[in-house]
Design a protein around this ligand. Sequence first.
Ligand SMILES: *[C@@H]1O[C@H](CO)[C@@H](O)[C@H](O)[C@H]1NC(C)=O
Length: 468
Amino acid sequence: MAASAFAPLRGKKGPRPLLLFPFLGLVSMALSTPPSAPGPAVAKLGCWFVEEAGGGGSVMPSALSQRRAFLLLPRPGTRLQEEAVEPQLPPEVEHGLAFQILDPSGTLWGDREPGASPLWLGEGSADTEDNVSCEINAYLPQEAHVPWAAGLVSEKGCPRALEPGKWFIATVQNPEAGYGVTSILSGEGPLPWKQEAATQRVTTTTAVLSVFTRTPHLQSRLGRDVLIDCGFSGPAAAFSVEWRHQHSGAGRVVLAYDGAARRVSVAEEGARLFLDPGSSNVSLHLQNVRVGHEGTYICTVYMPHLHAQQAMELRVVEPPTVTLRPSPLSVAPSAHAELACEVAGFYPQSVSVTWKRRSLGAPVDVLADTWESGHRQSPDGTFSFTSFTRLAAVRPEDHGASYGCHVAHAGLGDAGLRRAVKLHVAGSSGPSLEDAVGLFLIAFALFGFLQAIFRRVFGETTKTEKLE
Ligand SMILES: *[C@@H]1O[C@H](CO)[C@@H](O)[C@H](O)[C@H]1NC(C)=O
């Protein structure tokens, strides 16, 4: 979820439940195209400017205030004249809360070829705009205190501190479109945002460090390898990387790279950093996915005084194997029978089984007399259980009817999985194919037998006649 990306940034100060409010459906997006250039010249995006209302610092989490903001993202490498865009701004956006973001790296657009729209907008379809979430906050540059980033500020050529009061952090995400990006923005002074009698409505900023992912939502079967995508663009300086895993309230660092020491200082078994020298690809490679790997992964990139992060969800989905017993199914007339459908080795736990009876020329019947064993969980975390059904007293006309269990599970797709068995009513002479074949074979054998007898009796008779 979009909000989880922000939470750890402020994690040191305690939880911020209000941040879980998804800023969805509040986005308006417009692309304006000058007649000469192909593609949009600027992407516009409705956003929320969120800050702590009470100044923070107390034990109780302080309330958050949110005000409408607006992002203007000129095509990478270009800049808009502020006077030219002011008339296009929505009237409800306050002075200074319209942000023009200059982004030489093109990361905020998702590194698109010229003429294409930003990656977070999705491909073409207009309704994907509703899935874009956007938040912008004031940002305070500070040294990181995690051990793998502490050495960064003592690197050669690193400034002792960064000028406070002119920094912002913006996050734009669209899981449907498969893109999320967080950028630390440096404002050009004087900032209208801070001034009493601001005349300008637009705050112009430059993206300094952007962290992005192309896999905000991932799904994997058990035992596979996954690549959780994370990359960044920023100044050519030493950087550190941290990958955290969070699930059901528990969190831990699965991998950490110390850029000052140039070594990986934490690495869980099976976790590897996708780090080529000089590369800004800091994706996490997870081997042999297990149920315990499920959860949120947070990729944090540390630069001296700055850090930004992205959160991605990994879901483990393992489809069940389904076995129907007994098979074949043969029941004496007026006897009762039980069928068992074993659903095994699936994850997550949510699954449903329905029983149906189909016979020629009759509507499909849902069987109501069913019950289930409890779910068992095996050491690998997958679940298994058995669903049973009892057939009503079998009549000869039930011969040839098909009884099936239909299993619906996230890993089986929309169609689900069906296993069925045909009922054989013992002693029945119904029109089943097996019976016909059986009768034919019996007839054939009988014919051979009779023929042999005839040959013996009449063959000998013929000989006798000839002799006479
Ligand atoms: C990192 O490299 C992998 C493998 O080539 C690729 O699939 C992934 O998209 C790259 N990620 C970034 C952020 O460049």
